[in-house]
Ligand binder design. Sequence first.
Ligand SMILES: [Ca+2]
Ligand SMILES: [Ca+2]
Length: 325
Amino acid sequence: MAMRVVLFLTLFTGLCVTDSQVMDTPSCSCVSRNLALGATAVQSSTYSGAGAQHAVEGNRDSDARHGSCSHTNADRDPWWRVDLGKVYEVTRVSITNRGDYGPERINGAQIRVGNSLENNGNNNELAATVVSISAGVTKTFKFNPIKGRYVNIIIPGRNEYLTLCEVEVFAEKYTSTYTCVPRNLALGATAVQSSTAGGAGAERAVDGNRDSDATHGSCSHTNADRDPWWRVDLGKAYGVTRVSITNRGDGSTLRINGAQIRVGNSLYNNGNNNEFAATVVSIPDGITKTFTFNPINGRYVNIYIPGRNEYLNLCEVEVFADKVE
Ligand SMILES: [Ca+2]
Ligand SMILES: [Ca+2]
């Protein structure tokens, strides 16, 4: 599953946004990237092997005994620094405080952002001061954009241990600091079908669950209709470019063979006369198969088996519009 997500991001990042434009579009959802994740981090000293990188590994676990918190010795003015690799206009830093001991140690820490390594970067511009953070809590500090490649956390004026369970850094001014993925437009949308067998309604194919065992209640099922069909209403028209179908995995694999995907705005003949997008030659047992095509403008997506009496089973149908809106 993790691999699937990574591939998905790699394949589709960038299709959702333009170089200079807004983030979310109706067909894409975007999240600000944590620029510190996996970046190089250093600190004034390291206590018991708890290196600076433990604060940028993507794990907020606040129990220092679990190995995901950085930890200095009781240095004078202890500090920690991450190198973002290039200059960003930093607007937000989140710090996860230690939860298993000494939450007050973080009190008075300063967040500094800039491009200088003078005094280890601790003379860079002051962005915010950490008055306190409760044990194990992640607290977010927002400020006006500060240009910088380095983000420091320093506790000035005393001898102290600096423990950071996670530091996340964001710069929300440009699209390059966001990751955008296409939304599944069919998820939770209204779906109907030519008839319903055994209570297996059309909505089961848009419930966000690909479970392909029809006995688990997440697959739609028509009767053996002549030319059975299923249709989802996206709520408005999109330039649809991609449909994924999850076939039933507990038998009856061949029923889907010859199904057509149709996209358009008409409800004439229940939408089955809308523009032809792709034919499902076959889909193996329980597999999710993706059909891509040039954008077709449409609010309705139909799955339709023409020319015979058949049961139409769909365990999940996902619909995407990968172009910029
Ligand atoms: Ca961590
Ligand atoms: Ca389902």
